[in-house]
Design a protein around this ligand. Structure first.
Ligand code: COA
Length: 180
């Protein structure tokens, strides 16, 4: 996969962000971000498992630091199950949030999937209003709930879908939509 450059939308003078495939050598930086941004971070083994799946899409967002070295500032993990793409993890490091990086990672995911009829789904904590707003902006719609899905605090998960129907304002191609 070729690297793509994306200019952070709020800082025209800042270095462009590159989106490329996530690789095993990135995992120490991924784990550092994971621990900074999530109350219950994924384990290293979970990332290794996702990277080992040949049909998944795992992406890295990097910026070049003042020392000239590329620094990982965000990542996205998506797994394919049959015809459905499951967005398993999206994170952007604290000092790079709100610059359009998560949106750029998602845009690259849609581009790589290369299917206008693709259906994407994900689970998100009900309390994570920032992520829910991001996904809604991306055309995901809440279409169900998993009660007490998160073991750390017993929080419910909102199940969201992005499909041709949700992009057109309905849930008609979402499997088993439920109350939210
Ligand atoms: C959720 C997360 C990935 C968003 O990354 P990001 O790069 O900051 O998101 P973007 O800059 O692409 O934002 C896109 C949209 O999301 C929403 N959004 C992002 N950050 C927001 C914030 N702090 N407050 C409100 N809305 C926000 C907005 O709608 C935003 O568009 P806008 O800036 O034009 O209003 C990031 O906040 C993060 O890593 N959070 C911790 C990990 C996490 O919760 N991941 C999701 C798990 S399901």
């Amino acid at each position: 996969m070729a690297e793509r450059s994306v200019l952070p939308r709020d800082l025209e003078s800042s270095p462009p962000v590159e989106i490329r495939r996530l690789a095993y050598p990135d995992l120490p930086q991924v784990m550092a971000i994971e621990r900074r941004v999530f109350p219950t971070p994924w384990s290293l083994a979970m990332f290794v498992l996702e990277l080992s799946k040949p049909s998944g899409v795992c992406l890295a967002a990097t910026v070049r630091g003042a020392d000239g070295r590329q620094r990982l500032v965000g990542y996205l993990i998506c797994s394919r199950y049959d015809t459905v793409w499951h967005v398993m993890n999206v994170a952007v490091d604290l000092d790079h949030q709100r610059r359009g990086l998560a949106s750029a990672l998602l845009a690259e995911l849609y581009a790589q999937v290369e299917d206008p009829h693709a259906r994407f789904t994900l689970e998100v904590r009900r309390s994570n209003s920032v992520a829910i707003r991001l996904y809604e902006r991306e055309g995901f719609r809440a279409a169900g709930m998993r009660r007490r899905y998160y073991q750390d605090n017993g929080e419910d998960a909102l199940v969201m879908w992005r499909t041709p129907a949700t992009l057109a304002g309905s849930l008609e191609d979402v499997p088993n939509p439920g109350p939210v």
